[in-house]
Design a protein around this ligand. Structure first.
Ligand code: GDP
Length: 199
């Protein structure tokens, strides 16, 4: 399968919506709790060993990081949420900037939310899903590190997450993903291609 995302390159970091690049073209954002496997997924998608390392360098972990795919499309690495040992006030400030970006960004068409398949749908994930839904975004969930689960358990987890979303009347697609095994990359590329076509 052709991978148009392999050419992505880092362009800019921004602490707030006001500091983001011009709000034009199409953006697709990636979010997840720290350690969910977001960097690994972005590196696998873009076929680059260190692309997402940019977002992990000191000082950048709480910034919105932009990667350009082509003239029209950018991928956006959102700050990892949940684990950082920082004062509550600072966390609230970050959350405010994140919510602001999700709500107000015209170029943003969808959110890829990454969750560790061994413990999906945490409270933080629910918050993120609610924010994305309120912002009218398309939502696709990657259940990461699927290689760590037995195939039967992985299938059950996928089903359970789909059921939970349905029960909560939340419209989102879900798939299993493993950066290590390169599992699910085609599915992810299809979603990105689709969102881009629809935008
Ligand atoms: P981030 O904090 O969300 O960017 O997460 P990372 O991509 O840095 O991954 C966190 C940890 O999970 C690292 O130790 C990775 O090696 C590991 N990891 C990430 N993806 C996978 C995967 O698909 N399979 C396995 N087994 N480990 C993974």
């Amino acid at each position: 399968m052709k991978n148009p995302y392999a050419k992505a390159y880092f362009i800019q970091s921004a602490p707030t919506l006001a500091k983001c690049p011009p709000d034009e073209g199409i953006e697709i954002a990636f979010a997840g709790r720290s350690n969910a496997g977001k960097s690994s997924a972005l590196n696998t998608l873009t076929q680059q060993k260190n692309l997402a390392r940019t977002s992990k360098t000191p000082g950048r972990t709480q910034l919105i990081n932009f990667f350009r795919v082509d003239d029209e499309l950018k991928l956006v690495d959102l700050p990892g949420y949940g684990f950082a040992k920082v004062p509550l006030e600072l966390k609230k400030k970050w959350q405010h900037h994140l919510a602001h970006y999700l709500e107000a960004r015209q170029a943003l068409v969808g959110l890829i939310l990454l969750m560790d398949s061994r413990h999906p749908l945490t409270e933080y994930d629910e918050q993120m899903l609610n924010m994305a839904e309120a912002a009218g975004l398309r939502i696709h969930i990657l259940l990461t590190k699927a290689d760590k689960l037995k195939p039967s358990v992985a299938t059950r987890t996928l089903q359970a997450v789909q059921n939970a979303l349905e029960a909560g009347q939340l419209e989102a697609t879900v798939q299993l993903f493993s950066a290590t095994k390169r599992q699910g990359i085609e599915g992810l590329i299809e979603i990105l291609n689709l969102w881009r076509e629809e935008a």
